[in-house]
Design a binder for this molecule. Structure first.
Ligand SMILES: Cc1cc2nc3c(=O)[nH]c(=O)nc-3n(C[C@H](O)[C@H](O)[C@H](O)COP(=O)(O)OP(=O)(O)OC[C@H]3O[C@@H](n4cnc5c(N)ncnc54)[C@H](O)[C@@H]3O)c2cc1C
Length: 416
Protein backbone atom coordinates (compact mmCIF):
# COMPACT_ATOMS: atom_id res chain seq x y z
CA UNK A 1 0.00 0.00 0.00
CA UNK A 2 1.11 3.53 -0.75
CA UNK A 3 1.12 5.97 2.21
CA UNK A 4 1.16 9.75 2.68
CA UNK A 5 2.32 11.62 5.77
CA UNK A 6 -0.08 14.31 6.93
CA UNK A 7 1.43 17.49 8.40
CA UNK A 8 1.04 18.03 12.14
CA UNK A 9 -1.88 20.33 12.90
CA UNK A 10 -3.78 21.95 15.74
CA UNK A 11 -7.33 20.72 16.28
CA UNK A 12 -9.91 22.95 18.01
CA UNK A 13 -11.52 21.53 21.16
CA UNK A 14 -15.27 22.15 20.92
CA UNK A 15 -16.42 20.35 24.06
CA UNK A 16 -15.23 19.14 27.47
CA UNK A 17 -17.54 16.79 29.30
CA UNK A 18 -17.65 14.15 32.02
CA UNK A 19 -18.97 11.45 29.73
CA UNK A 20 -18.82 11.21 25.97
CA UNK A 21 -21.22 8.74 24.37
CA UNK A 22 -20.18 7.80 20.83
CA UNK A 23 -23.13 6.72 18.70
CA UNK A 24 -26.86 7.37 19.04
CA UNK A 25 -28.49 3.97 18.53
CA UNK A 26 -30.57 2.23 21.20
CA UNK A 27 -27.42 1.53 23.22
CA UNK A 28 -26.02 5.07 23.00
CA UNK A 29 -29.27 6.84 23.80
CA UNK A 30 -29.87 4.58 26.81
CA UNK A 31 -26.31 5.17 28.07
CA UNK A 32 -26.48 8.95 27.66
CA UNK A 33 -29.90 9.36 29.27
CA UNK A 34 -29.08 7.15 32.27
CA UNK A 35 -25.73 8.84 32.94
CA UNK A 36 -27.21 12.34 32.65
CA UNK A 37 -30.04 11.43 35.05
CA UNK A 38 -27.36 10.53 37.60
CA UNK A 39 -25.85 14.00 37.29
CA UNK A 40 -23.05 13.52 34.74
CA UNK A 41 -22.37 16.18 32.13
CA UNK A 42 -22.93 14.14 28.97
CA UNK A 43 -22.40 14.73 25.26
CA UNK A 44 -23.50 12.30 22.53
CA UNK A 45 -21.98 12.30 19.03
CA UNK A 46 -23.80 10.80 16.04
CA UNK A 47 -22.82 10.63 12.36
CA UNK A 48 -26.40 10.76 11.03
CA UNK A 49 -28.92 13.58 11.49
CA UNK A 50 -31.17 11.38 13.63
CA UNK A 51 -31.04 8.85 16.46
CA UNK A 52 -32.03 5.18 16.67
CA UNK A 53 -29.09 3.48 14.92
CA UNK A 54 -29.96 0.41 12.86
CA UNK A 55 -33.61 0.63 13.94
CA UNK A 56 -34.04 3.90 12.07
CA UNK A 57 -31.18 3.79 9.54
CA UNK A 58 -31.54 0.13 8.50
CA UNK A 59 -35.32 -0.18 9.08
CA UNK A 60 -34.94 -2.94 11.67
CA UNK A 61 -38.41 -2.27 13.04
CA UNK A 62 -39.27 -5.48 14.88
CA UNK A 63 -38.06 -6.12 18.40
CA UNK A 64 -38.66 -8.55 21.24
CA UNK A 65 -40.70 -6.89 24.01
CA UNK A 66 -39.34 -3.63 25.42
CA UNK A 67 -40.29 -4.51 28.96
CA UNK A 68 -37.50 -3.94 31.44
CA UNK A 69 -35.57 -0.93 32.71
CA UNK A 70 -35.20 1.86 30.18
CA UNK A 71 -36.77 -0.40 27.54
CA UNK A 72 -40.03 -0.18 29.45
CA UNK A 73 -39.84 3.61 29.23
CA UNK A 74 -39.00 3.58 25.50
CA UNK A 75 -41.75 1.06 24.78
CA UNK A 76 -44.20 3.07 26.90
CA UNK A 77 -43.48 6.32 25.06
CA UNK A 78 -43.98 4.62 21.69
CA UNK A 79 -47.09 2.77 22.88
CA UNK A 80 -48.67 6.02 23.99
CA UNK A 81 -48.37 7.21 20.39
CA UNK A 82 -49.79 3.92 19.08
CA UNK A 83 -46.51 3.01 17.34
CA UNK A 84 -45.36 -0.01 19.40
CA UNK A 85 -47.58 -3.01 18.69
CA UNK A 86 -47.27 -6.81 18.80
CA UNK A 87 -46.57 -8.26 15.35
CA UNK A 88 -49.07 -10.74 14.02
CA UNK A 89 -47.67 -13.90 12.46
CA UNK A 90 -49.27 -16.83 10.75
CA UNK A 91 -48.45 -20.48 10.18
CA UNK A 92 -44.87 -21.42 10.80
CA UNK A 93 -43.70 -17.90 11.54
CA UNK A 94 -41.62 -17.09 14.57
CA UNK A 95 -44.30 -16.31 17.15
CA UNK A 96 -41.99 -17.51 19.90
CA UNK A 97 -39.91 -14.35 19.54
CA UNK A 98 -42.96 -12.31 20.59
CA UNK A 99 -41.83 -9.58 18.20
CA UNK A 100 -43.24 -6.08 18.41
CA UNK A 101 -43.17 -3.53 15.60
CA UNK A 102 -42.24 0.14 15.97
CA UNK A 103 -42.58 3.16 13.70
CA UNK A 104 -38.99 4.37 13.16
CA UNK A 105 -40.10 7.98 12.64
CA UNK A 106 -41.35 8.13 16.23
CA UNK A 107 -38.20 6.43 17.52
CA UNK A 108 -36.21 9.31 16.01
CA UNK A 109 -38.59 11.83 17.57
CA UNK A 110 -38.88 10.32 21.06
CA UNK A 111 -35.12 9.77 21.33
CA UNK A 112 -34.43 13.46 20.69
CA UNK A 113 -36.90 14.30 23.44
CA UNK A 114 -35.36 11.80 25.84
CA UNK A 115 -31.92 13.38 25.35
CA UNK A 116 -33.29 16.90 25.72
CA UNK A 117 -35.37 16.08 28.81
CA UNK A 118 -32.39 14.51 30.58
CA UNK A 119 -30.03 17.36 29.68
CA UNK A 120 -27.74 15.52 27.26
CA UNK A 121 -25.88 17.76 24.81
CA UNK A 122 -25.70 16.15 21.36
CA UNK A 123 -24.15 16.76 17.96
CA UNK A 124 -25.39 15.27 14.70
CA UNK A 125 -23.44 14.99 11.43
CA UNK A 126 -20.11 14.34 13.14
CA UNK A 127 -18.03 11.28 12.28
CA UNK A 128 -15.59 10.16 14.97
CA UNK A 129 -12.28 9.24 13.36
CA UNK A 130 -9.81 8.80 16.20
CA UNK A 131 -9.00 8.94 19.89
CA UNK A 132 -6.53 11.12 21.79
CA UNK A 133 -4.74 8.90 24.27
CA UNK A 134 -2.86 9.48 27.50
CA UNK A 135 -1.31 6.08 28.17
CA UNK A 136 -4.19 3.66 28.76
CA UNK A 137 -6.75 6.44 29.12
CA UNK A 138 -8.79 8.15 26.41
CA UNK A 139 -8.47 11.92 26.77
CA UNK A 140 -10.91 12.67 23.98
CA UNK A 141 -11.96 11.91 20.43
CA UNK A 142 -11.37 13.58 17.08
CA UNK A 143 -14.34 13.97 14.76
CA UNK A 144 -14.81 15.24 11.23
CA UNK A 145 -17.70 17.19 9.79
CA UNK A 146 -18.49 20.10 7.49
CA UNK A 147 -16.58 22.17 10.06
CA UNK A 148 -13.38 20.16 9.51
CA UNK A 149 -11.58 18.26 12.28
CA UNK A 150 -12.58 19.01 15.87
CA UNK A 151 -11.95 17.39 19.25
CA UNK A 152 -14.10 16.71 22.31
CA UNK A 153 -12.39 15.94 25.62
CA UNK A 154 -13.94 13.64 28.21
CA UNK A 155 -13.15 11.95 31.53
CA UNK A 156 -15.03 8.80 30.53
CA UNK A 157 -16.22 7.36 27.20
CA UNK A 158 -18.97 4.92 26.18
CA UNK A 159 -18.44 3.30 22.78
CA UNK A 160 -21.93 2.73 21.36
CA UNK A 161 -20.89 2.85 17.70
CA UNK A 162 -21.99 -0.77 17.18
CA UNK A 163 -18.67 -1.42 15.43
CA UNK A 164 -16.40 -0.73 18.43
CA UNK A 165 -14.79 2.14 16.50
CA UNK A 166 -13.59 3.88 19.66
CA UNK A 167 -12.24 0.71 21.28
CA UNK A 168 -10.34 -0.05 18.06
CA UNK A 169 -8.93 3.49 17.77
CA UNK A 170 -7.85 3.31 21.43
CA UNK A 171 -5.99 0.02 20.95
CA UNK A 172 -8.38 -2.29 22.83
CA UNK A 173 -8.28 -5.87 21.53
CA UNK A 174 -11.18 -7.03 19.34
CA UNK A 175 -12.03 -9.63 16.73
CA UNK A 176 -13.68 -8.90 13.41
CA UNK A 177 -16.79 -10.82 12.36
CA UNK A 178 -18.33 -10.91 8.91
CA UNK A 179 -22.06 -11.45 9.31
CA UNK A 180 -24.79 -11.26 6.64
CA UNK A 181 -25.59 -7.77 5.34
CA UNK A 182 -29.22 -7.07 4.41
CA UNK A 183 -31.16 -4.13 3.03
CA UNK A 184 -34.57 -3.84 4.66
CA UNK A 185 -37.39 -1.98 2.94
CA UNK A 186 -41.04 -1.23 3.60
CA UNK A 187 -43.81 -1.78 1.06
CA UNK A 188 -47.28 -0.23 1.28
CA UNK A 189 -50.50 -0.86 -0.58
CA UNK A 190 -50.31 -4.61 0.07
CA UNK A 191 -53.67 -6.39 0.35
CA UNK A 192 -52.47 -8.62 3.17
CA UNK A 193 -55.69 -10.66 3.63
CA UNK A 194 -55.57 -11.48 -0.10
CA UNK A 195 -51.89 -12.50 0.06
CA UNK A 196 -52.61 -14.78 3.01
CA UNK A 197 -55.72 -16.24 1.34
CA UNK A 198 -53.53 -17.21 -1.63
CA UNK A 199 -50.32 -18.14 0.17
CA UNK A 200 -51.46 -19.40 3.57
CA UNK A 201 -48.54 -17.75 5.35
CA UNK A 202 -45.34 -15.78 4.72
CA UNK A 203 -43.24 -18.93 4.85
CA UNK A 204 -45.03 -20.16 1.71
CA UNK A 205 -44.46 -16.80 0.05
CA UNK A 206 -40.74 -17.10 0.80
CA UNK A 207 -40.75 -20.56 -0.78
CA UNK A 208 -42.33 -19.13 -3.95
CA UNK A 209 -39.66 -16.42 -4.03
CA UNK A 210 -36.89 -18.96 -3.56
CA UNK A 211 -38.25 -21.20 -6.33
CA UNK A 212 -38.39 -18.19 -8.65
CA UNK A 213 -34.74 -17.45 -7.84
CA UNK A 214 -33.72 -21.08 -8.43
CA UNK A 215 -35.57 -21.19 -11.77
CA UNK A 216 -34.05 -17.88 -12.87
CA UNK A 217 -37.41 -16.04 -12.97
CA UNK A 218 -36.14 -13.70 -10.26
CA UNK A 219 -32.42 -13.32 -10.95
CA UNK A 220 -30.39 -12.93 -7.76
CA UNK A 221 -27.07 -13.39 -9.46
CA UNK A 222 -24.94 -10.69 -7.87
CA UNK A 223 -23.21 -12.67 -5.17
CA UNK A 224 -25.99 -13.73 -2.86
CA UNK A 225 -25.55 -16.87 -0.78
CA UNK A 226 -28.87 -18.56 -1.45
CA UNK A 227 -28.50 -21.24 1.16
CA UNK A 228 -28.71 -18.71 3.93
CA UNK A 229 -31.83 -16.62 4.20
CA UNK A 230 -33.39 -15.96 0.84
CA UNK A 231 -35.31 -12.68 0.71
CA UNK A 232 -38.75 -12.40 2.17
CA UNK A 233 -41.32 -11.06 4.55
CA UNK A 234 -41.79 -12.19 8.11
CA UNK A 235 -44.77 -10.51 9.73
CA UNK A 236 -48.20 -9.79 8.40
CA UNK A 237 -49.10 -6.99 10.76
CA UNK A 238 -46.71 -4.22 11.70
CA UNK A 239 -47.83 -0.84 12.98
CA UNK A 240 -49.94 0.07 9.94
CA UNK A 241 -52.41 -1.91 7.83
CA UNK A 242 -51.20 -2.75 4.34
CA UNK A 243 -47.52 -2.20 5.20
CA UNK A 244 -44.87 -4.90 5.24
CA UNK A 245 -41.18 -4.95 6.12
CA UNK A 246 -39.12 -6.95 3.62
CA UNK A 247 -35.51 -8.07 3.63
CA UNK A 248 -33.72 -8.12 0.33
CA UNK A 249 -31.65 -11.24 1.02
CA UNK A 250 -28.48 -11.80 3.02
CA UNK A 251 -25.15 -10.92 1.47
CA UNK A 252 -22.37 -13.00 2.99
CA UNK A 253 -18.69 -12.44 3.69
CA UNK A 254 -18.66 -8.63 3.80
CA UNK A 255 -16.40 -6.63 6.13
CA UNK A 256 -18.70 -3.94 7.55
CA UNK A 257 -15.72 -1.74 8.45
CA UNK A 258 -14.37 -1.63 4.87
CA UNK A 259 -15.85 1.09 2.60
CA UNK A 260 -15.22 -1.07 -0.51
CA UNK A 261 -17.25 -3.96 0.89
CA UNK A 262 -19.91 -1.60 2.20
CA UNK A 263 -20.24 0.07 -1.19
CA UNK A 264 -20.60 -3.29 -2.90
CA UNK A 265 -23.17 -4.36 -0.31
CA UNK A 266 -25.25 -1.20 -0.86
CA UNK A 267 -25.22 -1.67 -4.64
CA UNK A 268 -26.11 -5.37 -4.55
CA UNK A 269 -28.74 -5.27 -1.82
CA UNK A 270 -30.45 -2.26 -3.42
CA UNK A 271 -30.57 -4.07 -6.75
CA UNK A 272 -32.08 -7.07 -4.95
CA UNK A 273 -34.66 -4.90 -3.21
CA UNK A 274 -35.91 -3.36 -6.45
CA UNK A 275 -36.03 -6.71 -8.28
CA UNK A 276 -37.84 -8.40 -5.41
CA UNK A 277 -40.46 -5.64 -5.08
CA UNK A 278 -41.12 -5.83 -8.83
CA UNK A 279 -41.41 -9.63 -8.68
CA UNK A 280 -43.93 -9.48 -5.83
CA UNK A 281 -46.01 -6.82 -7.60
CA UNK A 282 -46.10 -8.70 -10.89
CA UNK A 283 -46.56 -12.25 -9.59
CA UNK A 284 -48.24 -12.44 -6.18
CA UNK A 285 -51.98 -11.79 -5.77
CA UNK A 286 -52.48 -8.98 -3.27
CA UNK A 287 -49.35 -7.08 -4.32
CA UNK A 288 -50.86 -5.52 -7.47
CA UNK A 289 -51.16 -2.05 -5.92
CA UNK A 290 -48.05 -2.27 -3.79
CA UNK A 291 -45.00 -0.02 -3.98
CA UNK A 292 -41.78 0.49 -2.09
CA UNK A 293 -42.55 3.07 0.58
CA UNK A 294 -38.92 3.43 1.65
CA UNK A 295 -35.64 1.58 1.55
CA UNK A 296 -33.28 1.82 4.48
CA UNK A 297 -30.73 4.65 4.67
CA UNK A 298 -27.98 2.04 4.82
CA UNK A 299 -27.74 -1.71 4.30
CA UNK A 300 -28.03 -3.42 7.68
CA UNK A 301 -24.70 -4.66 9.05
CA UNK A 302 -25.31 -7.13 11.87
CA UNK A 303 -21.83 -7.36 13.37
CA UNK A 304 -18.25 -6.28 12.78
CA UNK A 305 -15.77 -5.73 15.61
CA UNK A 306 -16.50 -7.44 18.93
CA UNK A 307 -14.37 -6.31 21.83
CA UNK A 308 -12.40 -8.86 23.83
CA UNK A 309 -13.76 -7.82 27.20
CA UNK A 310 -12.91 -8.56 30.80
CA UNK A 311 -15.56 -11.31 30.49
CA UNK A 312 -16.69 -13.20 27.41
CA UNK A 313 -19.65 -15.42 28.32
CA UNK A 314 -20.79 -18.47 26.37
CA UNK A 315 -24.40 -19.14 25.42
CA UNK A 316 -24.82 -21.61 28.26
CA UNK A 317 -23.41 -19.19 30.80
CA UNK A 318 -25.69 -16.38 29.66
CA UNK A 319 -28.78 -18.58 29.87
CA UNK A 320 -27.95 -20.35 33.11
CA UNK A 321 -27.44 -17.04 34.90
CA UNK A 322 -24.36 -18.24 36.72
CA UNK A 323 -22.53 -14.96 37.08
CA UNK A 324 -21.82 -13.65 40.51
CA UNK A 325 -21.49 -10.15 39.11
CA UNK A 326 -24.55 -10.06 36.83
CA UNK A 327 -25.40 -6.48 36.10
CA UNK A 328 -27.74 -6.70 33.12
CA UNK A 329 -30.81 -8.82 32.76
CA UNK A 330 -31.93 -7.84 29.31
CA UNK A 331 -35.30 -9.12 28.28
CA UNK A 332 -34.74 -10.56 24.85
CA UNK A 333 -36.99 -13.46 23.97
CA UNK A 334 -35.90 -15.28 27.09
CA UNK A 335 -34.20 -14.04 30.22
CA UNK A 336 -30.43 -13.81 29.92
CA UNK A 337 -27.83 -12.39 32.22
CA UNK A 338 -24.61 -10.72 31.25
CA UNK A 339 -21.59 -10.26 33.46
CA UNK A 340 -20.52 -6.64 33.92
CA UNK A 341 -17.14 -7.55 32.38
CA UNK A 342 -18.72 -8.12 28.96
CA UNK A 343 -19.00 -4.34 28.49
CA UNK A 344 -15.49 -3.57 29.80
CA UNK A 345 -12.75 -3.65 27.15
CA UNK A 346 -9.27 -4.82 28.01
CA UNK A 347 -6.34 -2.38 28.06
CA UNK A 348 -8.28 0.92 28.09
CA UNK A 349 -9.19 2.20 31.53
CA UNK A 350 -11.92 4.80 31.08
CA UNK A 351 -13.94 3.12 28.32
CA UNK A 352 -17.12 1.05 28.41
CA UNK A 353 -18.91 -0.39 25.39
CA UNK A 354 -22.64 -0.76 24.93
CA UNK A 355 -24.74 -2.54 22.35
CA UNK A 356 -23.92 -5.00 19.62
CA UNK A 357 -20.09 -4.84 19.88
CA UNK A 358 -19.91 -6.22 23.44
CA UNK A 359 -17.81 -9.20 24.44
CA UNK A 360 -19.28 -12.72 24.33
CA UNK A 361 -18.72 -16.00 22.55
CA UNK A 362 -19.84 -15.91 18.92
CA UNK A 363 -22.52 -18.60 19.44
CA UNK A 364 -24.64 -16.26 21.58
CA UNK A 365 -23.95 -12.93 19.88
CA UNK A 366 -27.00 -13.28 17.60
CA UNK A 367 -29.24 -13.07 20.66
CA UNK A 368 -27.16 -10.45 22.42
CA UNK A 369 -27.54 -8.17 19.39
CA UNK A 370 -31.32 -7.99 19.79
CA UNK A 371 -32.55 -4.44 20.30
CA UNK A 372 -33.62 -4.66 23.99
CA UNK A 373 -30.28 -6.20 24.91
CA UNK A 374 -28.45 -3.29 23.28
CA UNK A 375 -30.44 -0.72 25.25
CA UNK A 376 -30.06 -2.73 28.48
CA UNK A 377 -26.28 -2.77 28.07
CA UNK A 378 -26.46 0.95 27.31
CA UNK A 379 -28.34 1.54 30.54
CA UNK A 380 -25.71 -0.39 32.47
CA UNK A 381 -22.78 1.32 30.74
CA UNK A 382 -24.21 4.81 31.32
CA UNK A 383 -25.06 4.04 34.93
CA UNK A 384 -21.65 2.52 35.66
CA UNK A 385 -19.89 5.43 33.94
CA UNK A 386 -21.77 7.95 36.09
CA UNK A 387 -20.97 6.03 39.29
CA UNK A 388 -17.30 5.71 38.33
CA UNK A 389 -17.14 9.47 37.69
CA UNK A 390 -18.76 10.21 41.06
CA UNK A 391 -16.32 7.92 42.88
CA UNK A 392 -13.23 8.95 40.88
CA UNK A 393 -12.62 5.33 39.88
CA UNK A 394 -12.13 3.36 36.69
CA UNK A 395 -15.29 1.42 35.69
CA UNK A 396 -13.58 -1.90 36.40
CA UNK A 397 -12.84 -0.79 40.00
CA UNK A 398 -16.52 -0.30 40.81
CA UNK A 399 -18.24 -2.66 43.21
CA UNK A 400 -20.76 -4.39 40.97
CA UNK A 401 -23.32 -4.39 43.81
CA UNK A 402 -23.41 -0.57 43.58
CA UNK A 403 -24.11 -0.80 39.83
CA UNK A 404 -26.86 -3.33 40.51
CA UNK A 405 -28.42 -1.12 43.19
CA UNK A 406 -28.39 1.87 40.85
CA UNK A 407 -29.99 -0.15 38.05
CA UNK A 408 -32.68 -1.46 40.37
CA UNK A 409 -33.35 2.08 41.59
CA UNK A 410 -34.02 2.96 37.92
CA UNK A 411 -36.59 0.16 37.74
CA UNK A 412 -34.48 -2.52 36.06
CA UNK A 413 -35.55 -5.95 37.28
CA UNK A 414 -32.35 -7.95 37.80
CA UNK A 415 -34.12 -10.80 39.62
CA UNK A 416 -31.23 -11.07 42.01
C1 LIG B 1 -30.72 -6.77 8.84
C2 LIG B 1 -30.84 -6.80 10.33
C3 LIG B 1 -31.94 -7.38 10.92
C4 LIG B 1 -32.07 -7.38 12.31
N1 LIG B 1 -33.22 -7.88 12.85
C5 LIG B 1 -33.46 -7.69 14.17
C6 LIG B 1 -34.73 -7.97 14.72
O1 LIG B 1 -35.64 -8.41 14.01
N2 LIG B 1 -34.93 -7.73 16.05
C7 LIG B 1 -33.93 -7.25 16.85
O2 LIG B 1 -34.17 -7.05 18.06
N3 LIG B 1 -32.70 -6.97 16.35
C8 LIG B 1 -32.45 -7.16 15.04
N4 LIG B 1 -31.24 -6.81 14.51
C9 LIG B 1 -30.17 -6.33 15.42
C10 LIG B 1 -30.38 -4.90 15.94
O3 LIG B 1 -31.00 -4.11 14.96
C11 LIG B 1 -29.04 -4.24 16.30
O4 LIG B 1 -28.17 -5.15 16.91
C12 LIG B 1 -29.24 -3.06 17.25
O5 LIG B 1 -30.19 -2.16 16.71
C13 LIG B 1 -27.90 -2.38 17.49
O6 LIG B 1 -28.03 -1.26 18.33
P1 LIG B 1 -26.72 -0.46 18.80
O7 LIG B 1 -27.20 0.77 19.46
O8 LIG B 1 -25.82 -1.37 19.55
O9 LIG B 1 -25.92 -0.12 17.46
P2 LIG B 1 -26.37 0.69 16.17
O10 LIG B 1 -27.83 0.62 16.00
O11 LIG B 1 -25.48 0.24 15.08
O12 LIG B 1 -26.02 2.21 16.56
C14 LIG B 1 -24.72 2.75 16.43
C15 LIG B 1 -24.85 4.25 16.20
O13 LIG B 1 -23.55 4.84 16.18
C16 LIG B 1 -23.41 5.68 15.04
N5 LIG B 1 -21.99 5.61 14.67
C17 LIG B 1 -21.28 4.51 14.33
N6 LIG B 1 -19.99 4.81 14.11
C18 LIG B 1 -19.87 6.15 14.32
C19 LIG B 1 -18.77 7.05 14.25
N7 LIG B 1 -17.53 6.63 13.94
N8 LIG B 1 -19.00 8.36 14.51
C20 LIG B 1 -20.26 8.80 14.83
N9 LIG B 1 -21.33 7.98 14.92
C21 LIG B 1 -21.14 6.66 14.67
C22 LIG B 1 -24.32 5.05 13.99
O14 LIG B 1 -24.72 5.99 13.01
C23 LIG B 1 -25.49 4.56 14.85
O15 LIG B 1 -26.48 5.55 15.03
C24 LIG B 1 -31.06 -6.81 13.12
C25 LIG B 1 -29.94 -6.23 12.53
C26 LIG B 1 -29.83 -6.21 11.15
C27 LIG B 1 -28.64 -5.54 10.52
Amino acid sequence: MNWVTEPERKTPVVGEVDLLVCGGGFAGVAAAVCAARLGAKVMLLEKYGFLGGLVTSALVITTPPLDNGINLEIGGRLKERGVYVPCRHSGEESEWLNMHAVDPEFVKYEFIHMLQESGVDFLFHVYIVGTIMDGRRIKGVVMESKAGRQAVLARMVVDATGDADIAAFAGAPFRLLKKPVTMMFNMTGVDIPRVLAEMGNWGNLRRVVKEAIDKGDLPFDLGIEREFGSPGVHAEKLVYDGEINVWSGNLMGMDGTDPRDLTQAEVITREHAIRLARFLKENIPGFEKSRIEMTSTQAGVRATRQIMGMASPSGEEVQKKIFADTAVKPYAYRPMRLPYGSILPQKVENLLVAGRCLSAEEEILGQLRLIPVCSATGQTAGTAAALALQQGKAPRELKVERVQEALQAQGMDLEL
